[in-house]
Design a protein around this ligand. Structure first.
Ligand SMILES: *Cc1c(COP(=O)(O)O)cnc(C)c1O
Length: 378
């Protein structure tokens, strides 16, 4: 392995484009001065198409979880009944946040690797009518599932007045989302996934309905009080300026490529990755219908994924993610979001093939790479 060469294929943090890296190394500016105001004014409106909303996208310093916590802390009163759709580790995290704010938390558990069925949630509302908010994960990073949030939003709004709150951390910027059209009330993402930035920034957008609930909330939190962030050209506390410098560059890259093309590229990366493992006869955790365009979970049946991951890392500097919680040792995950191209996937697959041979697996070299190449050629 070449020292200082890192092939980061985990589902976040993700690689940073060199131009973004350079933009972030600018000298500091005054956070209350005109330069910061102008920077915020240039950057914020350009986030709207990425969220699919006309609403302001708020920028908060903190990792993605800070945005998830803000969504709960600003809307939920102790004792409120909430429904959390748990399809993996990040759904479970949302449930824990709700519990920390003393919500009466109902979990709708879905087997890891499967997406939730909107019809099942519709049934659920027949039993529980006083739900104040429903929480869902768009791309469940722990399993590589993309949940049908558009259909879920429809079910929630048809059956209740509940807010529909979505963790979009590993999806926004890589997967099309139409927050306004689909009627998502709160949509959250973080900087270090499809947004091609280092960790440290969380982005939150809210519907009119969510703002009404928030405006009426007694005892708002302090740092995460979303009302304080409702300004186009200022932030209540010192913003993570390097991330804002980087964000401006990221937006330029996304606009140059074209948002539609960004989404299409993620679809292609997903298809190439899935085709490769299928050709190698290595099972995937999710089926095609519920596969996330940003992360793929592989569930081998004849080798230890941890053994493979260790060769990938030690010999090739290729970093992949293992399984979380009870999936530890059963799956490994490949992140293909943000600054990731077909060239990266071809490299990743070919390194995985050679490493499989290194751990004694009898795969045919090139078979997965070839399948990915064929997908690319269409
Ligand atoms: C990464 C991630 C988070 C946030 O994690 P942080 O470490 O707080 O940034 C939340 N939800 C999902 C789906 C994620 O992928």
């Amino acid at each position: 392995m070449l020292p200082d060469q890192q092939l980061l294929r985990i589902p976040g943090p993700t690689p940073i484009p060199p131009s973004v890296q350079r933009a972030m190394s600018q000298p500091m500016i005054g956070h209350r001065g005109t330069e910061t105001k102008e920077l915020l004014r240039r950057v914020k409106p350009r986030l709207n198409p990425i969220f699919g909303t006309e609403q302001d996208v708020l920028l908060i310093t903190g990792s993605g979880t800070a945005g998830l916590e803000a969504a709960v802390a600003n809307t939920i009163h102790p004792g409120d009944e909430v429904l959390v759709i748990v399809t993996g580790a990040f759904g479970e995290r949302f449930a824990k946040i709700c519990e920390a704010y003393q919500a009466k938390t109902h979990r709708y558990q879905v087997e890891w690797g499967k997406a939730v069925s909107p019809a099942a949630i519709e049934e659920y509302f027949k039993k529980y009518s006083s739900i104040k908010a429903v929480f869902a994960t768009f791309s469940e990073t722990s399993t590589g599932v993309l949940n049908p949030v558009q259909a879920l939003a429809a079910v929630v709004h048809k059956n209740s007045d509940a807010l529909f709150i979505v963790d979009g951390v590993s999806s926004v910027g890589g997967v099309e989302v139409k927050m306004d059209e689909w009627s998502i009330d709160i949509l959250v993402t973080g900087s270090q996934k499809a947004m091609m930035l280092p960790p440290g920034l969380t982005l939150v957008a809210l519907s009119e309905h969510a703002w009404q609930v928030i405006d009426n909330k007694k005892q708002p939190p302090f740092y995460l009080d979303l009302k304080k962030y409702r300004s186009l050209d200022s932030t209540p506390f010192t913003p993570a300026l390097p991330l804002l410098f980087g964000l401006e560059k990221v937006l330029e890259l996304i606009e140059d490529e074209g948002l539609e093309q960004v989404f299409a590229r993620h679809q292609l990366l997903m298809k190439m990755t899935r085709a490769a493992f299928r050709a190698l006869d290595i099972p995937l955790l999710t089926n095609d219908d519920s596969a996330s365009p940003t992360v793929t979970a592989v569930k081998p049946d004849d080798f230890d994924p941890e053994k493979l991951r260790s060769v990938l890392k030690q010999e090739f500097g290729l970093e992949t993610a293992g399984g979380q919680q009870h999936m530890k040792g059963q799956i490994f995950r490949i992140g293909h979001m943000g600054y990731c191209s077909p060239a990266d996937i071809l490299q990743t697959i070919s390194i995985i093939e050679i490493s499989l041979r290194k751990i004694g697996n009898k795969v045919e070299l090139g078979k997965g790479t070839r399948a990915a190449q064929e997908i690319y050629l269409g």
